[in-house]
Structures are given as structure tokens and as C-alpha cells.
Design a protein around this ligand. Structure first.
Ligand SMILES: [Cu+2]
Length: 504
């Protein structure tokens, strides 16, 4: 029996190497200059025309994330506790607080039931609960249950603002497959700021379908949420959104995982399940393991994939989720392991501390008994066309900005329709827009005519759309109401890159 334990010294050594690679003088300066440019660009925006958008960041040129030094154990969001003896089951309060990211500084943050982020909400498949939502902020907010297929009246879109000091009770019915969802604020023109300052939490739907595959499900032990977010702090180490924001998507150089700066995770089980959320305002992530090893993707936004997919990288645009399994017992024990981004910057180093080889068979496999899409579904004609266009505050959907008094589309409940989303490029090439629809878990039918990759053969509520790409979605709403669809770059959403579909 081999005990795998990386000593602090060897971990430090490796991390020092990574830190150098990620923040060498040259690239560090470049990214600083670049960010300064962004801010100048922002301030001048109103006086500039579309030809000279210095604030617009193309995705090859975004600031690098600083590597995690691995000095803090990753924080784990607590599970939301049931209320006893109330007329509601749970209470979620949006509130102000402070968080110590840096020694000696309290940074002003927002959180749910705490200072930063929020507790994990767990619902059982088929369960109905009442949640009291309360706004203790000094500005309006909403409580949006991202990915939950609930009536529009409970969905917490911008039409459902809760004023400071007010509360209401919403009914959440988890009438869908087990999945890793999340919740966040959605007030029009304030979403980006409120998420940036810390509002957001995980929302799990737990189901029995996970049992057949023997998936790890011991919360905080072998089943761990990972909320990846980038942030930019001002010189007083504050999250001063108004000053720091970029109207094309606020991107920072500081990486937080579950709100922890410089995290590491002590791994005590050989096979770990990670539920990964890209909770950033605008940054896209491509995750890899530092040693290039493969891992298993088991779920997309809305539940388990048709079958598990072995891969060595995972790309998530803002609001997308994915569940992966890493079998640490199969990795070379002498080498430190970390989750990195595409550039190799260490985001989450692992400290391996488990009894190896004493484990059960870690291989997971299942195969769907029916194809992901039927022939009829693939052959359905497009009935809704959506064109995403623009950048910064000039973003539109089908040439229009969000208008709360305008219903853009109607769709009948339980009737599947094909939505075709086109990301129209501009003279600068355009940019990725992550497209999200409320109240539904859809299927990707095709990308530019090609069927979805195996790791997109699962239910989705958000989809990354490349410039110039046409993506067909099979969209079905199981409930009625008015739902938003929008770009999940939060600044684009706040700038009006959003529409409404009424489901009747
Ligand atoms: Cu966008």
C-alpha cells in the first residue's frame, strides 16, 4: 500500500516554478498595461466610435491569471440548512459583508447568508420546497435559479426585483434530472456588479440516477463544488466595481476558487468528483491537469452525459457547469498535480493524502439506451432565429436591446422547437458569447451543421457560441411564464443583450 503525500517543501518548489512562468516580468507588465488601457478605453468610450474600441478585449489578449500559491485550504460552501417550524423550508438572504482575501485588509463583499458566495442548496429530484428570499442589500436584487425548470413566476428574472429590506417566498420544484445548477442575482443593469461582489451559490438536484454509476457523492469529501471566478481588485484591495468594470466583460488577473485566493485542496479519496462552475463575469476557462493526464467528464449543465467522456481538457464559458471525475490513484504519485488553465497557470493545486490502491474499481461507465437526438428531432425545422451581435455597450439580439415591455418570442409549453443562434462577427472578428435560456434544459442539435461532441451530448442551459458560428438548439419548456434568454457575459446582459420568450 502506497501512501501519497506531497510534502509542503516539494509543493512549494513546484509552485514557485509555476508562479514564475505565469507572472514573469514581461508578461506581468504587459497585462498591467493592457488593463490600464482597458480602463482608459472605458472612460473614453462615450467619445469614441466603433472603430477604436480600446476597451474591447479579444480573447487571445486577456490578462493572465496569477498562479495559486496553494497557501489556503479551499473553502467549501456550507450546505443550506432546513428551517424548522416555519412556513418556508429554506431562507436565502442577500447581504453585505467583508472578506479577508489579503493579509490585513477587509474587502467589502456580497454574499448569501454570509460574507461571500452562498450555501449550497440541495433538492431531491421531484421535491418541492418553499424558499424565503430576502434582500438586505441597499439596492434591488433578484434570486434566479439558473437551470431549474420552474414556472416563470418563480424564476427570479429581472421582472422580479425585490427591493431593499423586502422578502418573498418562492416555490422551487425540482422536476428534472439530477444536475449541478446554481443561483445568482439577475436585476437588470446590476447583475454584473452583484455577482462580481460575491453573490452566487450552487444548487444541486440530487437523483437516484447517480446511484447506478457509483458516483462519489459525499459532499466536501469526494464530491466537491469548484466555483472558478476571476477578479480584479483596486489598489485598496477592494472590489470597486464601478471603477474596475469593463463594459465588454470584466476580466481580472486574480483567480478565486470558492472565493478562496491561493487555494489548495487536500485530496483524501483516490476518486474525486468535481462539480465545476464558471462563475466569472466574462472569462472563458479551458481547464487541464498540470501533468496533462486525462480525466472523465460525466455531466454537463443539466445532468449526466449520454455516456462518460475521457478528455484532457474542459472548456467552460460563463455560467456553464460540468462534472468531472479525477482518479488520482492512476496519476504518477511523484508529480504534483493541479488544475491549470489553458496557459498552464495553476488554479487549484492538489495535496494528495490518501491510501492508494485500496479502492474499489473506479471506472465509471454507462451507455444511454437511446440516441441523444432522434431523427425527428434532428430534422425539425428552425422556428426561432437569434442573431447575437456587437460588443461593449453596443450589444444586441436581433438588432434590439432588452425591453421589459416587449415579448420577443412565444412558445407553447412542452412543444419542442429549434432555436438557431448565430453569433454574427464584426470587423474585429467578433467574440464568444455564452448564450443562456431560462426555464429549460435544451439539447445542442448541431454546431455549423455538425452534431454535438460527446461532451455536449447532455442537457444544457448555456452554450458557448464562437464568432461566426451557428448553433441549433432543441428547446422545450416544461412550465409556463416569461423567461429571459441572454448573453451570460454579465456586462453584455446588463447592456441589454437579452430578450424574453413567453411560454403559454
Ligand atoms: Cu456577449
Amino acid at each position: 500500500m502506497k501512501r501519497i503525500l506531497l510534502t509542503g517543501a516539494s509543493l512549494l518548489l513546484i509552485l514557485a516554478g509555476c508562479t514564475n512562468a505565469a507572472t514573469d516580468k514581461h508578461s506581468g507588465e504587459q497585462s498591467k498595461e493592457h488593463m490600464q488601457m482597458q480602463h482608459d478605453g472605458n472612460m473614453d468610450m462615450d467619445h469614441e466610435n466603433m472603430e477604436d474600441m480600446e476597451g474591447h478585449m479579444d480573447h487571445d489578449d486577456i490578462p493572465s491569471l496569477k498562479a495559486s500559491k496553494g497557501t489556503q485550504e479551499l473553502s467549501l460552501p456550507p450546505l443550506l440548512k432546513k428551517q424548522q417550524g416555519s412556513d418556508f423550508d429554506y431562507e436565502v438572504v442577500a447581504q453585505e459583508g467583508t472578506t479577508q482575501f489579503f493579509d490585513g485588509t477587509q474587502t467589502k463583499t456580497y454574499g448569501y447568508n454570509g460574507n461571500l458566495l452562498g450555501p449550497t442548496v440541495r433538492l431531491k429530484e421531484g421535491e418541492t420546497v418553499k424558499v424565503k428570499v430576502r434582500n438586505e442589500l441597499n439596492e434591488p436584487t433578484t434570486f434566479h435559479w439558473h437551470g431549474l425548470e420552474i414556472p416563470g413566476s418563480e424564476d427570479g428574472g429581472p421582472q422580479d426585483e425585490i427591493q431593499p429590506g423586502k422578502s418573498k417566498i418562492v416555490t422551487l420544484k425540482a422536476d428534472q434530472l439530477a444536475a449541478t445548477l446554481w443561483y445568482h442575482p439577475h436585476p437588470h443593469e446590476l447583475t454584473s456588479k452583484q455577482v462580481f461582489k460575491g453573490l452566487g451559490g450552487m444548487l444541486y438536484v440530487d437523483g437516484t440516477d447517480q446511484d447506478f454509476a457509483n458516483l462519489p457523492k459525499n459532499y466536501g469529501v469526494d464530491d466537491i463544488p469548484l466555483i472558478f471566478q476571476d477578479r480584479i481588485f483596486d489598489e485598496d484591495q477592494q472590489l470597486n466595481y464601478e471603477e474596475l468594470m469593463n463594459s465588454d466583460g470584466t476580466i481580472g488577473d486574480v483567480s478565486l476558487v470558492n472565493g478562496t485566493l491561493h487555494p489548495k485542496l487536500t485530496v483524501t479519496q483516490p476518486v474525486m468528483r468535481f462539480r465545476i462552475l464558471n462563475g466569472s463575469n466574462a472569462r472563458n476557462y479551458t481547464f487541464r491537469l498540470s501533468n496533462g493526464a486525462s480525466f472523465t467528464q460525466i455531466a454537463s449543465d443539466g445532468g449526466l452525459l449520454n455516456e462518460p467522456v475521457e478528455t484532457d481538457e474542459l472548456t467552460l464559458s460563463p455560467s456553464e457547469r460540468s462534472e468531472i471525475l479525477i482518479d488520482f490513484s492512476k496519476l504518477d504519485s511523484d508529480e504534483p498535480v493541479a488544475i491549470t488553465d489553458k496557459k498552464g497557470n495553476v488554479l487549484l493545486p492538489f495535496d494528495l493524502d490518501f491510501e492508494s490502491k485500496a479502492m474499489k474499481n473506479s471506472t465509471v461507465s454507462w451507455a444511454a439506451d437511446e440516441p441523444f437526438l432522434t431523427k425527428e428531432e434532428k430534422d425539425l425545422p428552425v422556428s426561432k432565429e437569434i442573431e447575437l451581435f456587437g460588443m461593449m455597450d453596443k450589444v444586441t439580439i436581433n438588432g434590439q436591446k432588452f425591453d421589459p415591455n416587449r415579448i420577443d418570442f412565444k412558445q407553447e409549453k412542452d412543444v419542442s422547437e429549434v432555436w438557431e443562434i448565430y453569433n454574427k462577427p464584426d470587423h474585429m472578428g467578433g467574440m464568444i458569447h455564452p448564450f443562456h435560456i431560462h426555464g429549460t434544459q435544451f439539447k445542442i442539435i448541431s454546431r455549423d451543421g455538425k452534431g454535438p461532441a460527446p461532451n455536449e451530448q447532455g442537457l444544457k442551459d448555456s452554450v458557448l457560441i464562437e464568432p461566426g458560428e451557428r448553433v441549433k438548439l432543441l428547446v422545450t419548456f416544461p412550465e409556463k411564464g416569461i423567461y429571459m434568454y441572454h448573453c451570460h457575459i454579465l456586462e453584455h446582459e446588463d447592456n441589454g443583450m437579452m430578450g424574453q420568450v413567453e411560454v403559454y
